[in-house]
Design a protein around this ligand. Structure first.
Ligand SMILES: [Zn+2]
Length: 337
C-alpha cells in the first residue's frame, strides 16, 4: 500500500489524481494560521513541490492557532518560513519543500507565481491579496483566496479568465486599516481549520483535474452565528479591469513601495535590492542598547518601547509605531540609514 492509498481510494482523486498531485508545484503565500494548515495539507497529500513564502517570525501569540510552530521556534524567534520548512520536511521527505523568508512584492511575485501550478492564500492583508490576485490573473495561474477574523471566514477559488477573481467579487481594494484584523478583533483556531479545510479541498480538486467539483462561488462562514453560505457565482463572467482590460493596478502600485503596514501598529521597511546586513555585528552592537534575540536569519531588539526586527537582506519590521516615518526613525536610530 502506498502512503497515499486512502487518497487513491477516494473516488474524487483516485490513482490518476494522485499522480497529478505528485507532479504539481504549489506556492503558499504567508505562513501564519491559514498558511500553516494549507502547507501541511499539501505536503501530507504528496504534492510534488511546495514553496512557502513568509515575511514574519514566530512569536508566542502565534502558537494558539499556527499549527506548524512550537514553543522553541518562538523562543528562538525563527522566521516562519524557516521553522515551517524544517517541520514540513519532517512530515514528508518525498516532497520538495522550500521556505522563503521574504515579503511577496511586485518584484518577486511574478516569478514565484509563474513557477507554480496553483497558489494558496495564507496572507493576512488586502495589500498582499490584491497583488496576488493581479499577478495570478496576469499569469493565468489559479489561486484560492482565504481569510479569517474572529470566528468568521471566507474562501474563493479563482480560475483566471474562467471564473470571477477577487476584484470581480469584492471590488476595489479596501483602504488599509478599514477592516477588522486578527490583531484588532482576535481569531479562534476552529475558523482557521474550517477555511483552510475548504481551501485545501478546492486545491486538491484543482490539482487532481476535477475543477467541475469546485464550490459554486464565495463561501462565508460564521462559526459563532452558525451560518454557512455560498454566494452562487456560476455563470457569472469575470468583469473587473484586471480580467477584462488587463489593467493590473495593484501590481503596478506595489512596485517600488518601500514601506507597508502589516498588522496593527507595525510597519515593514524594505531595503534596496542586494542589501546584506552583518547580523552578528549588529546583534553585538545592539546588546548594549536593549534586549536582543539573534539567530542566523534575523536580529530582534526591544529597547525604550521600540520593537525592531532586522533580516539579513536589510528588510525590517518595526512594531509599536503608527506610520512609516516613525518606523524609519526607529530603524535609523538603531541600524543606521
Ligand atoms: Zn477580475
Amino acid at each position: 500500500m502506498s502512503r497515499y492509498s486512502r487518497q487513491e481510494l477516494f473516488a474524487g482523486i483516485g490513482p490518476d489524481g494522485q499522480r497529478r498531485l505528485g507532479a504539481s508545484r504549489v506556492l503558499v503565500v504567508g505562513c501564519g494560521a491559514l498558511g500553516s494548515a494549507l502547507a501541511e495539507t499539501m505536503v501530507r497529500a504528496g504534492v510534488g513541490a511546495v514553496t512557502v513564502v513568509d515575511r514574519d517570525f514566530v512569536e508566542a501569540s502565534n502558537l494558539q492557532r499556527q499549527s506548524l510552530f512550537e514553543e522553541e521556534d518562538a523562543r528562538q524567534g525563527l522566521p516562519k518560513a524557516v521553522a515551517a520548512e524544517a517541520r514540513l520536511r519532517r512530515l514528508n521527505s518525498e516532497v520538495e519543500v522550500r521556505g522563503l523568508v521574504a515579503d511577496l512584492s511586485a518584484e518577486n511575485a511574478a516569478a514565484l507565481v509563474r513557477g507554480a501550478d496553483l497558489v494558496l492564500d495564507g496572507s493576512d492583508s488586502f495589500e498582499t491579496r490584491y497583488l496576488l490576485n493581479d499577478v495570478s490573473v496576469r499569469a493565468s495561474v489559479p489561486w484560492v483566496y482565504g481569510a479569517c477574523v474572529g470566528a468568521y471566514g471566507l474562501a474563493l477559488a479563482v480560475r483566471p479568465g474562467l471564473t470571477p477573481c477577487l476584484r470581480c467579487v469584492m471590488g476595489d481594494r479596501p483602504d488599509a486599516g478599514s477592516a477588522p484584523t486578527c490583531d484588532t478583533a482576535g481569531v479562534v483556531a476552529p475558523i482557521v481549520q474550517v477555511i483552510a479545510g475548504v481551501q485545501g479541498a478546492e486545491a486538491l480538486k484543482l490539482l487532481a483535474g476535477r475543477a467541475e467539483a469546485l464550490l459554486g462561488g464565495l463561501l462565508t462562514v460564521d462559526l459563532w452565528a452558525g451560518t454557512f453560505e455560498v454566494a452562487d457565482l456560476r455563470g457569472v463572467a469575470p468583469s473587473c479591469p484586471a480580467c477584462t482590460a488587463g489593467r493590473f493596478d495593484y501590481a503596478a502600485a506595489a512596485a517600488g513601495a518601500s514601506a507597508v503596514l502589516c498588522g496593527r501598529d507595525a510597519v515593514q521597511l524594505r531595503a534596496a535590492p542586494g542589501t546584506r546586513v552583518d547580523l552578528p555585528a549588529l546583534a553585538a552592537r545592539l546588546r548594549a542598547v536593549g534586549e536582543v534575540v539573534a539567530n542566523d536569519h534575523l536580529v530582534r531588539l526591544r529597547a525604550n518601547g521600540a520593537d525592531l526586527v532586522v533580516f539579513g537582506d536589510g528588510r525590517a519590521i518595526v512594531k509599536g509605531v503608527r506610520d512609516a516615518a516613525q518606523a524609519r526613525s526607529v530603524y535609523a536610530r538603531y541600524v543606521g540609514s
